[in-house]
Write a protein that binds this ligand. Structure first.
Ligand SMILES: Nc1ncnc2c1ncn2[C@@H]1O[C@H](COP(=O)(O)OP(=O)(O)OP(=O)(O)O)[C@@H](O)[C@H]1O
Length: 229
């Protein structure tokens, strides 16, 4: 299968800080890939590189230009406008006429269970509701690839479960999921594959079952022991 993303010996630096070092990775359609690792290990940098927001300093990076992508951040950005307009604007920016954009936005809000709040000011919603608006905004664009940077880290357990449920449904509908998480339970529930990063290096890349049931490289095993212990 032709990969959606191919990284060969990719390095990214911020000034003198090496954020990614020599990373090689293939990501294929249908993968549910979790990025794990300590703070500062390079997860966000890898996601932003995959989304084309950062150009690698070294190495080769290729992505399937036909595969539409959407990215969600830890704290979604909401415009001071209605929920409906927050979703419709993303479509309009992708050349969908405004009337059609509003109709499709409403369908996307129905998809995430927020149609009732379409007229509310998006800035006034709770964190969990805002993340669901962000998921509706992504869903409306019908991306093949959804990148998520710690999408549930600031949410309470109920909101977390709801966002996880939607992520699983989107993956079941055929979307490729690539997400970073500090929540190993979530990684077990959602991922089919786990990439472990340490200080910008890709230390392990394994099916989820193999990652949690070892054997692992020492660094990854110590991380897991620390997180689970
Ligand atoms: N814009 C930036 N300018 C300078 N250094 C940066 C920038 N973004 C990231 N870094 C550095 O690059 C390294 C990797 O950071 P990154 O945010 O990718 O890690 P992370 O694994 O996502 O961390 P966290 O779990 O805390 O979100 C860190 O040393 C970080 O300080």
């Amino acid at each position: 299968m032709t990969p959606l993303f191919s990284l060969d010996a990719v390095s990214v630096r911020f000034g003198r800080v090496p954020a990614l070092s020599d990373c090689s990775l293939r990501i294929c359609a249908g993968d549910r890939l979790a990025l794990v690792g300590s703070n500062g290990s390079g997860k966000s940098t890898l996601l932003r590189t995959l989304h084309g927001l950062i150009a690698p300093a070294k190495g080769s990076f290729q992505m399937d230009a036909r595969a539409r992508q959407a990215m969600l951040f830890q704290r979604p950005y909401m415009l001071r406008a209605s929920v409906l307009h927050n979703v419709a604007l993303g479509l309009w920016l992708n050349s969908v006429p405004w009337t059609l954009a509003k109709a499709q936005a409403l369908q996307a809000l129905e998809r995430v269970g927020l149609a009732d709040l379409a007229g509310r000011n998006a800035k006034a919603l709770s964190g969990g509701q805002q993340q669901r608006v962000a998921l509706a905004r992504a869903w409306a664009l019908q991306p093949q690839v959804l990148l998520l940077d710690e999408p549930t880290s600031s949410l309470d357990p109920a909101a977390k479960r709801e966002v996880e449920r939607l992520m699983a449904e989107f993956a079941d509908a055929g979307m490729t999921l690539i997400f970073s998480s500090h929540n190993l339970g979530q990684v077990k529930r959602l991922a089919s594959r786990v990439v472990y990063l340490e200080q910008g290096r890709l230390v392990a890349d394994l099916p989820t079952h193999a990652f949690f049931n070892g054997p692992l490289p020492v660094a990854a095993a110590n991380f897991l022991k620390g997180e689970l212990g």
